[in-house]
Design a binder for this molecule. Sequence first.
Ligand SMILES: Cc1cc2nc3c(=O)[nH]c(=O)nc-3n(C[C@H](O)[C@H](O)[C@H](O)COP(=O)(O)OP(=O)(O)OC[C@H]3O[C@@H](n4cnc5c(N)ncnc54)[C@H](O)[C@@H]3O)c2cc1C
Length: 327
Amino acid sequence: MLDLIIIGAGPAGLSAAEAAQQAGLDYLVIEKGTIANTIRQYPVGRTMFSTPNEVEMHPGALKPVREKPTREEALSHYIHFVLDLDLRINTGEKVVSVNGNIDEGFVIKTDLGEYEARRVLFAIGAMEHPRHLNVPGEDLPKVHHLFVDPYAYVRKEALVVGGGNSAAEAALFLSQEGARTTMAIWREDWENRDPKAGAMKHWVRTPLEAEVKAGRLKVVLYKHVDEIREREVTLTTETGESMTLPNDVVFVLVGSDADLTLLKQLGVKTEAGKIAEVPVYDHETFETNVRGIYVAGHFTHARHIKAAIEVPRRIVPLIAQDLKGHR
Ligand SMILES: Cc1cc2nc3c(=O)[nH]c(=O)nc-3n(C[C@H](O)[C@H](O)[C@H](O)COP(=O)(O)OP(=O)(O)OC[C@H]3O[C@@H](n4cnc5c(N)ncnc54)[C@H](O)[C@@H]3O)c2cc1C
């Protein structure tokens, strides 16, 4: 029986793995994708919002060419962190169920095997379920709920739906790289200037507005999308008019939600958070109401990478102490 299974190899899971190694725990990280899978899904070449000190695993370890790291620099940093410390991670393996209790231990089933562990830390992020518009045609192959690169869409008619930074960046990159881009956004998002309320970062807005001014990017203040068809999209504008746009590709970037199913099956309670549903947990130990089950990272209240790295460093030593007490 392992001491600790960590589900997910994002910044939170990696930080937990290092803390477990330092505490001498017998641990394993299980990751359904690749190391830092969420960051690998950022747009190609994207500059992060964070400065190196907010995303690096050790002070001074991430040395970006410019002030802020790119997707590639951050990814390489996380991968070399794993290689340098020789952390125990199974990639390409998905956890499909967790059962048991703190007294007898937990059984963790994956699509490839089965493990037993005394404690389980969920570091599963919040990218599992991209939000949908739920409109006819959203299941067409040309509709994407993730934007990774703009280069396939030169001179194509592209529509980006959404009001946050991901949508704004996608619209900007597509427009800059020659896609005939329209961004459909609600007025409240377009006019939102409050960074705490998820407003577009100014270094995204400024070039975006320049694209609009240059006549390359069209912004439509809309109410809802009505239908996506092979060659066009119809939407209703904020003034209630129906608008039909020629269209080759749609990016629906309206946020995503964590998959809390495994936690709920264990009996972990959830509550409404500011942005999404979050598990209920102790804010000191990050242990949930189910003893022995812990949470960290993007699907908790500590959402950003900085907190995703810091929290496991605090809680894994507590888990190690607790385990010693039970031996
Ligand atoms: C486009 C975009 C840009 C962003 N930019 C920034 C930024 O500039 N700065 C910043 O601080 N934050 C940014 N964020 C948020 C940041 O990516 C997250 O805060 C960060 O990834 C959280 O780390 P995490 O370890 O909690 O979760 P994640 O990095 O999402 O890691 C969770 C991991 O768990 C794995 N997993 C999930 N379920 C299972 C399962 N059942 N079995 C096995 N593995 C599983 C996933 O594959 C994933 O690799 C951005 C997010 C997006 C989408």
